[in-house]
Each structure stands twice: as structure tokens, then as C-alpha cells.
Write a protein of this length. Structure first.
Length: 209
């Protein structure tokens, strides 16, 4: 029961800290500025509080996922810097950084438990699905702009260019997530094949005896 509660706490606490809170902070000042500047929009929000809360919640999640993507890129750069750090004798502080990362992904594999790589792949898959979904969503929204009356041509062009830029960003991020997912899967199943080969060799040796 304790393990279940710990797992549930982690599953709830992790997205709250890595997605929801950063997303909420990122849009907080913009929401305040918009409601203070546009009185009509503020009146609509006050008269439709449930709908407004849903919209703000969705925007929070979207921004949180974007920030998490950007944070992952910063983490990657920090890892690269860390790998180049040297001690007082001029030797690398972390000469086996990547090898240790691979071992970490395969942690618990030897004990028959779910390896870290599986949980990592779930996160990568969810992120990639989000990125591909947002790319398609902004693409359709950009086309839909041209069917809205009351928006001048210059505004439609500007908003369409913005939608295209966002689509390009999400496509690039999805490509990176896909490559990382493929490399992690290759590492995991490569280890499984090695274990199967070891078992086969052991059985062959036992049979020959």
C-alpha cells in the first residue's frame, strides 16, 4: 500500500511541479495585463467564469509543456558543459558521463523490475504526442483564420506567419523527441537481446555438461 501511495504521489507531484506551476507562472502577468487593458474581455470572463477557467487551464498546460521542452534543451546543454569540466589535475571530472546515463536508464533491469528507461520512454512518448498534436492544431487554426470575418488582411498574414512558426517549432521538437525515443528503445532492447543471448549460452553450456 505504501508503494502505491508513493507512486501516486510521484505521478501527481511531478506534472504539478514541472508543467502546471511553470505554465501558471508564465501566463500570470500576461493574463493580468490583458484583463486590465481590455475591460470588455474582463466582463466576459467574469460572466463566464467556468469557461474562462477551462481556457486558462488549457493555456497553462500548453505553456507548461513548451517550457518543459525548453528546459530539457537547457538540461542537455548543461550536461554537455558538465562533460567538459576538468579537475585541478586537468582530467575530466565525469569521463564516463554517457555510460553512467545508460546504466541509469537500465537500472532495476537486472532485478526483474521495470527499468527507468520504460518510464523515461513513456514521458518521451507523451511529449512527442503533445508536440505533434499541437503542430496539427496550430496548422488548422492558421487555416481557419482566413474564414474569420472582421480581421484585416495584414492581421491574417501576421497571425498565419505566427502559426506557421509555432508549427515549425513543434515539428522540430517532435523530431528531437522521436530520435531520443528511438535511441532509448535501442538501448533497452539491445540490453534485452544481450540478456537472452547470455541465457541461451548458459543453457547450452548446461546441456553440454
Amino acid at each position: 500500500m505504501k508503494d502505491v501511495l508513493t507512486a501516486l504521489t510521484t505521478e501527481i507531484f511531478k506534472p504539478l511541479m514541472t508543467v502546471v506551476l511553470p505554465g501558471a507562472v508564465s501566463i500570470s502577468t500576461a493574463m493580468i495585463a490583458i484583463f486590465l487593458r481590455y475591460g470588455r474581455l474582463r466582463e466576459i470572463a467574469e460572466s463566464h467564469r467556468v469557461e474562462t477557467a477551462i481556457v486558462i487551464g488549457l493555456i497553462t498546460l500548453i505553456m507548461g509543456e513548451i517550457i518543459e521542452d525548453l528546459g530539457s534543451r537547457v538540461e542537455y546543454r548543461l550536461d554537455k558543459v558538465l562533460q567538459q569540466q576538468k579537475d585541478n589535475q586537468g582530467a575530466l571530472k565525469f569521463p564516463s558521463f554517457e555510460a553512467e546515463w545508460d546504466k541509469y536508464l537500465l537500472f532495476d533491469c537486472e532485478r526483474g523490475k521495470e527499468p527507468v528507461a520504460i518510464r523515461y520512454m513513456r514521458t518521451l512518448l507523451l511529449r512527442m504526442k503533445f508536440e505533434l498534436g499541437m503542430m496539427g492544431g496550430f496548422l488548422i487554426a492558421g487555416v481557419g483564420l482566413w474564414f474569420i470575418d472582421g480581421i484585416v488582411l495584414s492581421q491574417k498574414l501576421l497571425l498565419s506567419a505566427l502559426a506557421a512558426a509555432v508549427c515549425t517549432y513543434f515539428l522540430w521538437e517532435a523530431k528531437e523527441s522521436h530520435e531520443l525515443l528511438a535511441s532509448t528503445r535501442h538501448l533497452l532492447f539491445g540490453r534485452q537481446r544481450q540478456n537472452c543471448d547470455d541465457v541461451g549460452i548458459a543453457r547450452a553450456a548446461t546441456s553440454s555438461d
